[in-house]
Design a protein around this ligand. Structure first.
Ligand code: ATP
Ligand code: MG
Length: 598
Protein backbone atom coordinates (compact mmCIF):
# COMPACT_ATOMS: atom_id res chain seq x y z
CA UNK A 1 0.00 0.00 0.00
CA UNK A 2 1.27 3.45 -0.80
CA UNK A 3 0.58 6.32 1.51
CA UNK A 4 -0.42 9.65 -0.02
CA UNK A 5 2.84 11.06 1.27
CA UNK A 6 4.55 9.04 -1.48
CA UNK A 7 2.07 9.63 -4.26
CA UNK A 8 3.67 11.46 -7.17
CA UNK A 9 2.37 14.90 -7.96
CA UNK A 10 -0.75 14.64 -10.08
CA UNK A 11 -1.77 16.89 -12.97
CA UNK A 12 -0.99 20.58 -12.89
CA UNK A 13 -3.98 22.92 -12.63
CA UNK A 14 -4.92 26.54 -11.92
CA UNK A 15 -4.76 26.15 -8.15
CA UNK A 16 -1.23 24.82 -8.34
CA UNK A 17 -0.30 27.70 -10.63
CA UNK A 18 -1.78 30.16 -8.11
CA UNK A 19 0.08 28.63 -5.19
CA UNK A 20 3.35 28.57 -7.10
CA UNK A 21 2.97 32.29 -7.95
CA UNK A 22 2.20 33.09 -4.31
CA UNK A 23 5.13 31.06 -2.98
CA UNK A 24 7.49 32.77 -5.42
CA UNK A 25 6.32 36.19 -4.19
CA UNK A 26 6.56 35.28 -0.52
CA UNK A 27 10.04 33.89 -1.01
CA UNK A 28 11.07 37.24 -2.43
CA UNK A 29 9.75 38.81 0.75
CA UNK A 30 6.80 40.48 -0.91
CA UNK A 31 3.73 41.11 1.21
CA UNK A 32 3.33 41.02 4.99
CA UNK A 33 5.22 38.45 7.08
CA UNK A 34 3.31 35.24 7.62
CA UNK A 35 3.44 34.62 11.34
CA UNK A 36 1.57 31.82 13.11
CA UNK A 37 0.75 31.90 16.82
CA UNK A 38 0.66 28.07 17.05
CA UNK A 39 -3.11 27.94 17.27
CA UNK A 40 -6.03 29.90 15.77
CA UNK A 41 -6.31 33.45 17.02
CA UNK A 42 -6.65 37.15 16.40
CA UNK A 43 -4.13 39.65 15.04
CA UNK A 44 -2.23 40.06 18.32
CA UNK A 45 -1.98 36.30 18.85
CA UNK A 46 -0.37 35.68 15.48
CA UNK A 47 1.81 38.79 15.57
CA UNK A 48 3.44 37.40 18.72
CA UNK A 49 4.19 34.06 17.06
CA UNK A 50 7.16 32.88 14.96
CA UNK A 51 7.20 32.69 11.18
CA UNK A 52 4.70 30.10 10.00
CA UNK A 53 6.42 26.70 9.58
CA UNK A 54 3.78 25.78 7.00
CA UNK A 55 4.43 27.19 3.53
CA UNK A 56 0.72 27.26 2.79
CA UNK A 57 -2.38 26.47 4.83
CA UNK A 58 -5.48 24.88 3.36
CA UNK A 59 -8.46 23.38 5.11
CA UNK A 60 -11.24 20.86 4.70
CA UNK A 61 -14.28 22.35 6.48
CA UNK A 62 -17.17 19.87 6.63
CA UNK A 63 -20.36 20.61 8.47
CA UNK A 64 -20.83 17.65 10.85
CA UNK A 65 -24.40 17.00 9.80
CA UNK A 66 -23.96 13.77 7.87
CA UNK A 67 -21.49 11.28 6.51
CA UNK A 68 -18.90 12.20 3.91
CA UNK A 69 -19.51 11.15 0.34
CA UNK A 70 -17.42 10.72 -2.78
CA UNK A 71 -17.76 14.43 -3.61
CA UNK A 72 -16.13 15.30 -0.31
CA UNK A 73 -13.24 13.00 -1.18
CA UNK A 74 -12.48 15.38 -4.02
CA UNK A 75 -12.23 18.33 -1.66
CA UNK A 76 -10.26 16.34 0.94
CA UNK A 77 -7.68 15.03 -1.52
CA UNK A 78 -7.36 18.43 -3.15
CA UNK A 79 -6.77 20.34 0.07
CA UNK A 80 -4.60 17.77 1.82
CA UNK A 81 -2.80 17.00 -1.44
CA UNK A 82 -1.87 20.63 -2.08
CA UNK A 83 -0.58 21.00 1.48
CA UNK A 84 1.49 17.84 1.03
CA UNK A 85 2.92 18.94 -2.31
CA UNK A 86 3.86 22.46 -1.25
CA UNK A 87 5.22 21.91 2.26
CA UNK A 88 2.06 23.16 3.89
CA UNK A 89 -0.50 22.13 6.46
CA UNK A 90 -4.11 21.20 5.89
CA UNK A 91 -6.56 21.74 8.73
CA UNK A 92 -9.57 19.60 9.45
CA UNK A 93 -12.17 22.06 10.67
CA UNK A 94 -15.67 21.21 11.74
CA UNK A 95 -17.90 23.96 10.53
CA UNK A 96 -20.33 23.56 13.39
CA UNK A 97 -21.86 27.02 13.50
CA UNK A 98 -25.40 25.76 12.98
CA UNK A 99 -26.74 24.47 16.32
CA UNK A 100 -29.23 22.12 14.78
CA UNK A 101 -28.50 18.93 12.84
CA UNK A 102 -24.96 18.55 14.11
CA UNK A 103 -23.86 15.53 16.09
CA UNK A 104 -20.77 13.96 17.62
CA UNK A 105 -21.46 10.76 15.68
CA UNK A 106 -20.77 12.65 12.45
CA UNK A 107 -17.65 14.35 13.86
CA UNK A 108 -16.13 10.97 14.70
CA UNK A 109 -17.09 9.45 11.37
CA UNK A 110 -15.57 12.35 9.42
CA UNK A 111 -12.25 12.11 11.28
CA UNK A 112 -12.21 8.40 10.68
CA UNK A 113 -12.78 8.80 6.93
CA UNK A 114 -10.17 11.53 6.40
CA UNK A 115 -7.63 9.26 8.09
CA UNK A 116 -8.84 6.25 6.17
CA UNK A 117 -8.20 8.13 2.94
CA UNK A 118 -4.64 8.42 4.22
CA UNK A 119 -4.46 12.04 5.36
CA UNK A 120 -3.15 13.55 8.59
CA UNK A 121 -3.82 17.00 10.00
CA UNK A 122 -0.74 17.20 12.23
CA UNK A 123 2.01 19.46 10.95
CA UNK A 124 5.22 20.70 12.59
CA UNK A 125 4.00 19.69 16.04
CA UNK A 126 0.57 21.29 15.66
CA UNK A 127 -2.62 19.25 15.63
CA UNK A 128 -4.63 21.21 13.12
CA UNK A 129 -7.98 19.83 14.18
CA UNK A 130 -10.39 22.65 14.88
CA UNK A 131 -14.04 23.44 15.38
CA UNK A 132 -15.64 26.68 14.32
CA UNK A 133 -17.76 26.88 17.47
CA UNK A 134 -14.55 27.64 19.37
CA UNK A 135 -14.52 30.96 17.53
CA UNK A 136 -18.00 32.12 18.61
CA UNK A 137 -16.43 34.53 21.10
CA UNK A 138 -14.26 36.14 18.46
CA UNK A 139 -17.11 36.26 15.96
CA UNK A 140 -19.24 38.11 18.46
CA UNK A 141 -16.42 40.56 19.08
CA UNK A 142 -16.00 41.06 15.33
CA UNK A 143 -19.73 41.76 14.97
CA UNK A 144 -19.58 44.43 17.68
CA UNK A 145 -16.55 45.98 16.02
CA UNK A 146 -18.42 46.22 12.72
CA UNK A 147 -21.42 47.80 14.48
CA UNK A 148 -19.19 50.37 16.19
CA UNK A 149 -17.60 51.16 12.87
CA UNK A 150 -21.00 51.76 11.28
CA UNK A 151 -20.74 48.67 9.10
CA UNK A 152 -23.52 46.57 10.63
CA UNK A 153 -27.04 47.15 11.92
CA UNK A 154 -29.85 45.28 13.57
CA UNK A 155 -32.77 44.88 11.22
CA UNK A 156 -36.23 44.26 12.66
CA UNK A 157 -38.07 43.87 9.39
CA UNK A 158 -40.00 40.66 9.00
CA UNK A 159 -38.30 37.93 7.01
CA UNK A 160 -40.86 38.48 4.29
CA UNK A 161 -40.19 42.24 4.10
CA UNK A 162 -36.46 41.60 4.03
CA UNK A 163 -36.87 39.22 1.15
CA UNK A 164 -39.02 41.65 -0.82
CA UNK A 165 -36.69 44.56 -0.14
CA UNK A 166 -33.68 42.62 -1.37
CA UNK A 167 -34.81 43.10 -4.99
CA UNK A 168 -33.66 40.67 -7.66
CA UNK A 169 -31.28 40.45 -10.59
CA UNK A 170 -33.05 43.26 -12.44
CA UNK A 171 -34.32 45.38 -9.55
CA UNK A 172 -32.09 47.02 -6.95
CA UNK A 173 -32.99 46.46 -3.30
CA UNK A 174 -34.61 48.97 -0.96
CA UNK A 175 -32.98 50.19 2.22
CA UNK A 176 -34.42 48.88 5.45
CA UNK A 177 -36.12 51.50 7.67
CA UNK A 178 -33.74 50.31 10.42
CA UNK A 179 -30.62 50.92 8.36
CA UNK A 180 -29.77 54.33 9.72
CA UNK A 181 -29.93 53.65 13.41
CA UNK A 182 -26.99 54.92 15.43
CA UNK A 183 -24.12 52.63 16.32
CA UNK A 184 -25.04 52.89 20.00
CA UNK A 185 -28.61 51.89 19.32
CA UNK A 186 -27.49 48.94 17.17
CA UNK A 187 -25.05 47.82 19.81
CA UNK A 188 -27.72 47.88 22.50
CA UNK A 189 -30.10 45.93 20.31
CA UNK A 190 -27.43 43.37 19.35
CA UNK A 191 -26.63 42.81 23.03
CA UNK A 192 -30.33 42.24 23.71
CA UNK A 193 -30.27 39.63 20.97
CA UNK A 194 -27.31 37.95 22.62
CA UNK A 195 -28.93 38.14 26.06
CA UNK A 196 -31.99 36.25 24.91
CA UNK A 197 -34.39 39.21 25.10
CA UNK A 198 -35.97 38.43 21.72
CA UNK A 199 -37.55 35.38 20.13
CA UNK A 200 -36.21 33.55 17.08
CA UNK A 201 -36.64 35.55 13.90
CA UNK A 202 -37.46 38.85 15.63
CA UNK A 203 -34.40 40.58 14.16
CA UNK A 204 -31.05 39.91 12.53
CA UNK A 205 -27.71 41.64 12.39
CA UNK A 206 -26.86 42.71 8.84
CA UNK A 207 -23.79 44.13 7.20
CA UNK A 208 -24.27 47.62 5.83
CA UNK A 209 -22.90 47.49 2.30
CA UNK A 210 -25.06 48.39 -0.69
CA UNK A 211 -28.69 47.51 -1.30
CA UNK A 212 -28.24 48.37 -4.98
CA UNK A 213 -25.21 46.19 -5.59
CA UNK A 214 -25.45 44.08 -8.76
CA UNK A 215 -24.15 41.23 -6.59
CA UNK A 216 -27.13 40.30 -4.44
CA UNK A 217 -24.79 38.82 -1.83
CA UNK A 218 -23.61 42.35 -1.09
CA UNK A 219 -27.11 43.71 -0.44
CA UNK A 220 -26.63 43.92 3.30
CA UNK A 221 -26.17 40.19 3.99
CA UNK A 222 -27.28 38.80 7.36
CA UNK A 223 -24.44 38.18 9.82
CA UNK A 224 -26.21 36.88 12.93
CA UNK A 225 -29.60 35.40 13.68
CA UNK A 226 -31.42 34.49 16.85
CA UNK A 227 -31.81 30.79 17.47
CA UNK A 228 -32.74 29.54 20.90
CA UNK A 229 -31.21 26.14 20.37
CA UNK A 230 -28.72 23.99 22.21
CA UNK A 231 -25.42 23.52 20.40
CA UNK A 232 -23.61 20.16 20.55
CA UNK A 233 -20.37 21.82 21.68
CA UNK A 234 -21.35 25.11 23.35
CA UNK A 235 -24.62 24.00 24.93
CA UNK A 236 -26.81 26.97 25.81
CA UNK A 237 -24.06 29.60 25.99
CA UNK A 238 -25.39 31.29 22.88
CA UNK A 239 -28.83 32.02 21.53
CA UNK A 240 -27.50 33.92 18.53
CA UNK A 241 -25.51 32.15 15.85
CA UNK A 242 -23.38 33.54 13.01
CA UNK A 243 -24.45 33.01 9.41
CA UNK A 244 -22.22 30.77 7.34
CA UNK A 245 -21.13 33.63 5.07
CA UNK A 246 -19.93 35.63 8.08
CA UNK A 247 -18.42 32.72 9.98
CA UNK A 248 -16.49 31.02 7.24
CA UNK A 249 -14.08 33.82 6.23
CA UNK A 250 -13.38 34.52 9.91
CA UNK A 251 -12.62 30.85 10.58
CA UNK A 252 -10.14 30.88 7.70
CA UNK A 253 -8.46 34.06 8.91
CA UNK A 254 -8.16 32.96 12.56
CA UNK A 255 -6.49 29.74 11.41
CA UNK A 256 -4.14 31.61 9.04
CA UNK A 257 -5.42 29.74 6.00
CA UNK A 258 -3.65 31.00 2.89
CA UNK A 259 -5.75 29.33 0.19
CA UNK A 260 -9.39 28.81 1.02
CA UNK A 261 -10.62 26.44 -1.64
CA UNK A 262 -14.32 25.92 -2.15
CA UNK A 263 -16.79 24.85 -4.80
CA UNK A 264 -18.10 27.14 -7.53
CA UNK A 265 -21.39 28.06 -5.93
CA UNK A 266 -19.42 30.27 -3.53
CA UNK A 267 -17.95 32.40 -6.29
CA UNK A 268 -20.51 35.18 -5.75
CA UNK A 269 -19.65 35.19 -2.05
CA UNK A 270 -16.02 36.06 -2.68
CA UNK A 271 -16.56 39.86 -2.73
CA UNK A 272 -18.19 39.65 0.71
CA UNK A 273 -15.40 37.36 1.93
CA UNK A 274 -12.87 40.03 0.98
CA UNK A 275 -15.03 42.90 2.24
CA UNK A 276 -15.43 41.33 5.67
CA UNK A 277 -11.82 40.28 6.20
CA UNK A 278 -10.51 43.57 4.86
CA UNK A 279 -12.53 45.56 7.38
CA UNK A 280 -11.70 43.27 10.31
CA UNK A 281 -8.00 43.57 9.48
CA UNK A 282 -8.31 47.36 9.21
CA UNK A 283 -9.99 47.37 12.62
CA UNK A 284 -6.99 45.48 14.02
CA UNK A 285 -8.81 42.26 14.77
CA UNK A 286 -7.31 40.02 12.10
CA UNK A 287 -3.72 39.56 11.01
CA UNK A 288 -2.40 40.17 7.51
CA UNK A 289 -1.85 38.53 5.13
CA UNK A 290 -5.49 37.53 4.78
CA UNK A 291 -6.71 34.29 3.23
CA UNK A 292 -8.01 34.26 -0.33
CA UNK A 293 -10.86 32.21 -1.64
CA UNK A 294 -10.56 30.14 -4.83
CA UNK A 295 -13.34 28.14 -6.42
CA UNK A 296 -13.27 24.87 -8.36
CA UNK A 297 -15.92 22.69 -10.00
CA UNK A 298 -17.76 20.06 -7.98
CA UNK A 299 -17.31 16.43 -8.71
CA UNK A 300 -20.51 14.62 -9.58
CA UNK A 301 -20.56 10.89 -10.08
CA UNK A 302 -23.08 9.28 -12.42
CA UNK A 303 -25.61 6.80 -11.04
CA UNK A 304 -25.39 8.18 -7.50
CA UNK A 305 -26.66 11.20 -5.61
CA UNK A 306 -24.19 13.23 -3.54
CA UNK A 307 -26.30 15.51 -1.46
CA UNK A 308 -26.23 14.78 2.24
CA UNK A 309 -29.93 15.54 2.46
CA UNK A 310 -30.81 12.97 -0.20
CA UNK A 311 -28.46 10.38 1.23
CA UNK A 312 -30.11 10.87 4.60
CA UNK A 313 -33.49 10.35 3.00
CA UNK A 314 -32.30 7.02 1.54
CA UNK A 315 -31.25 5.92 5.02
CA UNK A 316 -34.23 7.30 6.94
CA UNK A 317 -36.79 5.85 4.56
CA UNK A 318 -35.12 2.45 4.55
CA UNK A 319 -34.18 2.34 0.87
CA UNK A 320 -30.73 1.21 2.01
CA UNK A 321 -29.60 -0.43 5.24
CA UNK A 322 -27.63 2.50 6.65
CA UNK A 323 -25.02 5.13 5.88
CA UNK A 324 -22.50 2.36 5.33
CA UNK A 325 -24.67 0.27 3.06
CA UNK A 326 -22.26 -0.92 0.33
CA UNK A 327 -24.48 0.65 -2.33
CA UNK A 328 -24.14 4.13 -0.83
CA UNK A 329 -21.71 6.68 -2.34
CA UNK A 330 -20.68 7.62 1.20
CA UNK A 331 -17.06 6.93 2.06
CA UNK A 332 -18.17 4.49 4.78
CA UNK A 333 -20.33 2.77 2.17
CA UNK A 334 -17.55 2.64 -0.41
CA UNK A 335 -15.16 1.24 2.19
CA UNK A 336 -17.62 -1.46 3.15
CA UNK A 337 -18.18 -2.25 -0.52
CA UNK A 338 -14.44 -2.86 -0.82
CA UNK A 339 -13.17 0.34 -2.41
CA UNK A 340 -9.64 1.12 -1.31
CA UNK A 341 -8.36 4.57 -0.30
CA UNK A 342 -5.83 4.25 -3.13
CA UNK A 343 -8.55 3.76 -5.74
CA UNK A 344 -10.56 6.73 -4.48
CA UNK A 345 -7.48 8.98 -4.41
CA UNK A 346 -6.51 7.83 -7.90
CA UNK A 347 -9.99 8.62 -9.15
CA UNK A 348 -10.21 12.12 -7.70
CA UNK A 349 -6.61 13.06 -8.44
CA UNK A 350 -6.93 11.70 -11.96
CA UNK A 351 -9.95 13.88 -12.71
CA UNK A 352 -8.00 17.10 -12.25
CA UNK A 353 -9.35 20.40 -11.03
CA UNK A 354 -11.31 22.74 -13.25
CA UNK A 355 -13.49 25.80 -13.13
CA UNK A 356 -16.57 23.91 -14.29
CA UNK A 357 -18.70 21.31 -12.52
CA UNK A 358 -18.01 17.91 -13.99
CA UNK A 359 -19.80 14.61 -14.24
CA UNK A 360 -17.69 11.55 -13.93
CA UNK A 361 -18.92 8.16 -14.98
CA UNK A 362 -19.12 5.63 -12.18
CA UNK A 363 -17.13 3.20 -14.31
CA UNK A 364 -14.05 5.41 -13.84
CA UNK A 365 -14.12 4.66 -10.12
CA UNK A 366 -14.52 0.95 -10.84
CA UNK A 367 -11.58 1.12 -13.25
CA UNK A 368 -9.41 2.72 -10.55
CA UNK A 369 -10.35 -0.05 -8.13
CA UNK A 370 -9.44 -2.76 -10.65
CA UNK A 371 -6.15 -1.02 -11.42
CA UNK A 372 -5.31 -0.91 -7.72
CA UNK A 373 -6.31 -4.48 -6.84
CA UNK A 374 -5.19 -6.27 -10.00
CA UNK A 375 -1.61 -6.38 -8.82
CA UNK A 376 -2.19 -7.18 -5.18
CA UNK A 377 -5.49 -8.93 -4.45
CA UNK A 378 -4.91 -12.65 -3.86
CA UNK A 379 -6.87 -14.92 -6.15
CA UNK A 380 -9.32 -17.53 -4.94
CA UNK A 381 -12.05 -19.70 -6.37
CA UNK A 382 -15.66 -19.21 -5.42
CA UNK A 383 -18.83 -20.75 -6.75
CA UNK A 384 -21.74 -18.32 -6.75
CA UNK A 385 -24.48 -20.54 -8.18
CA UNK A 386 -23.48 -24.05 -7.10
CA UNK A 387 -24.23 -27.24 -9.00
CA UNK A 388 -22.91 -30.60 -7.76
CA UNK A 389 -20.41 -32.39 -9.99
CA UNK A 390 -19.82 -36.10 -9.36
CA UNK A 391 -16.72 -37.85 -10.66
CA UNK A 392 -18.00 -41.36 -11.22
CA UNK A 393 -14.61 -43.05 -11.79
CA UNK A 394 -12.91 -41.27 -8.88
CA UNK A 395 -12.45 -44.39 -6.70
CA UNK A 396 -11.00 -46.34 -9.62
CA UNK A 397 -8.50 -43.61 -10.51
CA UNK A 398 -7.45 -42.67 -6.96
CA UNK A 399 -7.98 -46.01 -5.18
CA UNK A 400 -10.70 -44.75 -2.80
CA UNK A 401 -13.83 -42.59 -2.96
CA UNK A 402 -12.54 -40.69 0.09
CA UNK A 403 -9.15 -39.86 -1.34
CA UNK A 404 -8.13 -36.17 -1.20
CA UNK A 405 -5.77 -35.18 -3.95
CA UNK A 406 -3.79 -32.10 -2.86
CA UNK A 407 -3.78 -29.19 -5.31
CA UNK A 408 -2.19 -25.79 -5.21
CA UNK A 409 -2.24 -22.57 -7.16
CA UNK A 410 -0.37 -19.28 -6.88
CA UNK A 411 -2.07 -16.66 -4.73
CA UNK A 412 -1.33 -14.24 -7.56
CA UNK A 413 -0.33 -15.21 -11.11
CA UNK A 414 2.39 -12.53 -11.36
CA UNK A 415 3.56 -12.33 -7.75
CA UNK A 416 5.09 -15.62 -6.62
CA UNK A 417 6.16 -13.87 -3.40
CA UNK A 418 2.50 -13.85 -2.35
CA UNK A 419 2.77 -17.64 -1.99
CA UNK A 420 0.55 -20.56 -2.85
CA UNK A 421 -3.01 -21.51 -2.02
CA UNK A 422 -3.60 -25.10 -0.91
CA UNK A 423 -6.82 -26.97 -1.49
CA UNK A 424 -7.77 -30.48 -2.50
CA UNK A 425 -9.67 -32.43 -5.06
CA UNK A 426 -12.27 -35.08 -4.25
CA UNK A 427 -15.11 -37.13 -5.69
CA UNK A 428 -17.72 -34.40 -5.37
CA UNK A 429 -17.18 -30.81 -6.39
CA UNK A 430 -19.18 -27.62 -6.68
CA UNK A 431 -19.17 -25.94 -10.06
CA UNK A 432 -21.10 -22.99 -11.49
CA UNK A 433 -24.51 -23.92 -12.80
CA UNK A 434 -23.76 -21.96 -15.99
CA UNK A 435 -20.75 -24.18 -16.64
CA UNK A 436 -22.94 -27.08 -17.66
CA UNK A 437 -25.29 -27.25 -20.65
CA UNK A 438 -27.26 -30.30 -21.63
CA UNK A 439 -27.37 -29.00 -25.18
CA UNK A 440 -24.43 -26.65 -25.72
CA UNK A 441 -25.08 -23.36 -27.44
CA UNK A 442 -22.79 -22.56 -30.37
CA UNK A 443 -19.22 -21.87 -29.27
CA UNK A 444 -19.78 -23.28 -25.74
CA UNK A 445 -16.58 -24.88 -24.45
CA UNK A 446 -17.60 -25.81 -20.95
CA UNK A 447 -19.27 -29.00 -19.71
CA UNK A 448 -21.73 -30.86 -21.90
CA UNK A 449 -22.05 -34.59 -22.48
CA UNK A 450 -18.99 -35.86 -24.34
CA UNK A 451 -16.88 -32.71 -23.82
CA UNK A 452 -13.64 -32.43 -21.87
CA UNK A 453 -12.66 -29.41 -19.75
CA UNK A 454 -9.93 -28.64 -17.27
CA UNK A 455 -10.82 -27.97 -13.66
CA UNK A 456 -8.60 -25.01 -12.93
CA UNK A 457 -5.45 -26.06 -11.02
CA UNK A 458 -6.86 -29.61 -11.05
CA UNK A 459 -7.57 -32.37 -13.55
CA UNK A 460 -9.12 -32.76 -16.96
CA UNK A 461 -12.57 -34.31 -16.80
CA UNK A 462 -15.01 -35.58 -19.39
CA UNK A 463 -18.72 -34.96 -18.97
CA UNK A 464 -20.99 -38.02 -19.15
CA UNK A 465 -24.41 -36.61 -18.31
CA UNK A 466 -26.62 -35.10 -15.65
CA UNK A 467 -29.33 -36.05 -13.15
CA UNK A 468 -32.68 -34.27 -12.92
CA UNK A 469 -35.38 -34.13 -10.27
CA UNK A 470 -39.06 -34.82 -10.85
CA UNK A 471 -39.54 -31.24 -11.98
CA UNK A 472 -36.98 -31.75 -14.68
CA UNK A 473 -34.39 -29.47 -13.07
CA UNK A 474 -30.75 -30.46 -13.21
CA UNK A 475 -29.55 -31.40 -9.72
CA UNK A 476 -26.11 -32.81 -10.51
CA UNK A 477 -23.68 -33.40 -13.32
CA UNK A 478 -21.61 -36.52 -13.86
CA UNK A 479 -18.15 -36.74 -15.33
CA UNK A 480 -15.09 -38.95 -15.30
CA UNK A 481 -11.56 -37.92 -14.42
CA UNK A 482 -9.00 -38.35 -17.19
CA UNK A 483 -6.06 -39.98 -15.34
CA UNK A 484 -2.64 -38.30 -15.22
CA UNK A 485 -3.78 -34.84 -16.34
CA UNK A 486 -3.26 -32.90 -13.11
CA UNK A 487 -2.09 -29.30 -13.57
CA UNK A 488 1.62 -28.93 -12.98
CA UNK A 489 2.41 -32.60 -13.74
CA UNK A 490 4.14 -33.84 -16.91
CA UNK A 491 0.86 -35.28 -18.24
CA UNK A 492 -1.02 -32.00 -17.93
CA UNK A 493 -0.50 -30.99 -21.54
CA UNK A 494 -1.18 -34.42 -23.04
CA UNK A 495 -4.79 -33.53 -23.68
CA UNK A 496 -5.83 -30.21 -25.17
CA UNK A 497 -9.11 -28.77 -23.95
CA UNK A 498 -10.86 -25.55 -24.90
CA UNK A 499 -12.53 -24.83 -21.59
CA UNK A 500 -11.25 -24.25 -18.06
CA UNK A 501 -13.78 -24.01 -15.24
CA UNK A 502 -13.54 -23.03 -11.60
CA UNK A 503 -14.60 -25.30 -8.77
CA UNK A 504 -14.42 -25.97 -5.05
CA UNK A 505 -14.32 -29.49 -3.59
CA UNK A 506 -17.50 -30.33 -1.68
CA UNK A 507 -15.63 -31.89 1.26
CA UNK A 508 -13.86 -28.66 2.13
CA UNK A 509 -15.94 -25.90 0.51
CA UNK A 510 -16.76 -23.08 2.91
CA UNK A 511 -20.38 -21.97 2.64
CA UNK A 512 -20.47 -18.23 2.09
CA UNK A 513 -23.01 -15.48 1.80
CA UNK A 514 -22.14 -13.49 -1.31
CA UNK A 515 -23.65 -10.05 -1.68
CA UNK A 516 -23.85 -8.96 -5.28
CA UNK A 517 -24.63 -5.34 -5.98
CA UNK A 518 -25.97 -3.48 -8.91
CA UNK A 519 -26.17 0.29 -9.24
CA UNK A 520 -28.46 1.95 -6.75
CA UNK A 521 -30.04 4.06 -9.47
CA UNK A 522 -30.94 3.14 -13.01
CA UNK A 523 -30.39 6.65 -14.37
CA UNK A 524 -27.08 8.40 -14.85
CA UNK A 525 -28.34 11.59 -13.21
CA UNK A 526 -31.02 10.41 -10.78
CA UNK A 527 -31.66 13.91 -9.45
CA UNK A 528 -30.94 15.78 -12.68
CA UNK A 529 -33.37 18.43 -13.84
CA UNK A 530 -35.28 18.49 -10.55
CA UNK A 531 -36.43 14.87 -10.93
CA UNK A 532 -37.54 12.84 -7.93
CA UNK A 533 -34.44 10.72 -7.44
CA UNK A 534 -36.38 8.00 -5.63
CA UNK A 535 -38.15 7.15 -8.86
CA UNK A 536 -34.85 6.07 -10.36
CA UNK A 537 -34.07 3.63 -7.53
CA UNK A 538 -33.02 0.25 -8.88
CA UNK A 539 -35.25 -2.37 -7.20
CA UNK A 540 -32.61 -5.03 -7.92
CA UNK A 541 -29.56 -3.29 -6.53
CA UNK A 542 -28.84 -6.07 -4.03
CA UNK A 543 -28.82 -9.82 -4.65
CA UNK A 544 -27.69 -12.17 -1.93
CA UNK A 545 -26.64 -15.68 -2.90
CA UNK A 546 -25.38 -18.66 -0.92
CA UNK A 547 -22.28 -20.05 -2.54
CA UNK A 548 -19.02 -21.73 -1.67
CA UNK A 549 -15.46 -20.45 -1.40
CA UNK A 550 -12.03 -22.05 -1.08
CA UNK A 551 -11.13 -23.44 2.35
CA UNK A 552 -8.49 -20.78 3.05
CA UNK A 553 -11.15 -18.10 2.95
CA UNK A 554 -12.71 -19.32 6.18
CA UNK A 555 -9.93 -17.40 7.91
CA UNK A 556 -9.97 -14.33 5.62
CA UNK A 557 -9.61 -11.16 7.67
CA UNK A 558 -12.62 -8.85 7.72
CA UNK A 559 -11.96 -6.13 5.18
CA UNK A 560 -9.49 -8.21 3.16
CA UNK A 561 -9.66 -7.96 -0.62
CA UNK A 562 -9.79 -10.96 -3.00
CA UNK A 563 -10.21 -11.59 -6.63
CA UNK A 564 -12.63 -14.48 -7.06
CA UNK A 565 -11.60 -15.85 -10.42
CA UNK A 566 -14.09 -14.93 -13.15
CA UNK A 567 -16.44 -13.20 -10.68
CA UNK A 568 -14.71 -10.01 -9.69
CA UNK A 569 -13.16 -8.32 -6.70
CA UNK A 570 -14.70 -9.15 -3.36
CA UNK A 571 -14.10 -7.96 0.17
CA UNK A 572 -14.76 -9.86 3.38
CA UNK A 573 -17.53 -7.77 4.94
CA UNK A 574 -16.08 -5.58 7.70
CA UNK A 575 -19.01 -6.23 10.01
CA UNK A 576 -20.77 -9.49 9.21
CA UNK A 577 -17.82 -11.67 8.17
CA UNK A 578 -16.77 -13.55 11.29
CA UNK A 579 -15.37 -16.89 12.38
CA UNK A 580 -17.95 -19.48 11.35
CA UNK A 581 -19.78 -17.09 9.02
CA UNK A 582 -18.22 -16.11 5.70
CA UNK A 583 -19.73 -13.00 4.10
CA UNK A 584 -18.23 -11.37 1.02
CA UNK A 585 -19.31 -8.25 -0.85
CA UNK A 586 -18.64 -7.97 -4.54
CA UNK A 587 -16.84 -4.65 -4.99
CA UNK A 588 -16.86 -4.81 -8.78
CA UNK A 589 -16.86 -7.31 -11.58
CA UNK A 590 -13.65 -7.95 -13.51
CA UNK A 591 -14.77 -6.05 -16.58
CA UNK A 592 -17.12 -3.19 -17.15
CA UNK A 593 -20.19 -5.13 -18.22
CA UNK A 594 -22.86 -2.87 -16.87
CA UNK A 595 -25.46 -1.45 -19.20
CA UNK A 596 -28.19 0.95 -18.10
CA UNK A 597 -31.60 -0.64 -17.60
CA UNK A 598 -33.94 -0.02 -20.52
P1 ATP B 1 -23.87 18.48 0.73
O1 ATP B 1 -24.44 19.31 -0.36
O2 ATP B 1 -23.76 17.03 0.39
O3 ATP B 1 -24.51 18.71 2.05
P2 ATP B 1 -21.88 20.29 1.43
O4 ATP B 1 -21.06 20.98 0.45
O5 ATP B 1 -22.95 21.07 2.05
O6 ATP B 1 -22.38 18.94 0.83
P3 ATP B 1 -20.01 20.36 3.56
O7 ATP B 1 -19.88 19.48 4.74
O8 ATP B 1 -20.38 21.77 3.79
O9 ATP B 1 -21.05 19.67 2.61
O10 ATP B 1 -18.76 20.26 2.61
C1 ATP B 1 -17.43 20.25 3.02
C2 ATP B 1 -16.58 20.60 1.84
O11 ATP B 1 -16.70 19.63 0.82
C3 ATP B 1 -16.95 21.93 1.23
O12 ATP B 1 -15.78 22.68 1.06
C4 ATP B 1 -17.60 21.57 -0.08
O13 ATP B 1 -17.40 22.56 -1.03
C5 ATP B 1 -16.89 20.25 -0.43
N1 ATP B 1 -17.70 19.42 -1.31
C6 ATP B 1 -18.92 18.93 -1.05
N2 ATP B 1 -19.40 18.25 -2.09
C7 ATP B 1 -18.46 18.30 -3.06
C8 ATP B 1 -18.35 17.79 -4.40
N3 ATP B 1 -19.34 17.08 -4.95
N4 ATP B 1 -17.22 18.03 -5.09
C9 ATP B 1 -16.24 18.73 -4.54
N5 ATP B 1 -16.26 19.24 -3.30
C10 ATP B 1 -17.36 19.05 -2.56
MG1 MG C 1 -22.73 22.70 3.26
Amino acid sequence: MTSPAETPTPSHHFLRAQIERDLAQWEQGQGPERRFGGSPGDAAHHAAGPMDPAKIRTRFPPEPNGYLHIGHAKSICLNFGLARDYGGACHLRFDDTNPEKEEQEFVDAIKDMVQWLGWRWEHAGHTNLYQASDYFGFMYRAAEALIEDGLAYVDEQSAEAMRLNRGDFTTPGTNSPFRDRSAAENLARFREMRDGKHPDGAMVLRAKIDMASPNINLRDPALYRIKHAEHHATGNTWCIYPMYTFAHPIEDALERITHSICTLEFEDQRPFYDWLLGHLARLGLLAQPLPHQYEFGRLNLSYVVTSKRKLKQLVDEGHVKGWDDPRMPTLVGLRRRGYTPESIRAMVEGTGVTKTNSWLDYSVLEGCLRADLEGRAPRAMAVLDPLKLELTNFAEVFGSADFRDPCHAPAHPHHPELGERQFSFGRELWIEREDFAEVPPKGYHRLYPGNKVRLKAGHVIECTGCTKNDAGEIVSVQATVVPDTKSGTPGADAIKVKGVITWVAAHEAVPAELRLFDRLFTEAQPDGGGKDFLEALNPNSLRVVQGFVEPALASAAAGSHWQFERHGYFVADRIDHQAGRAVFNRTTTLKDTWAPAK
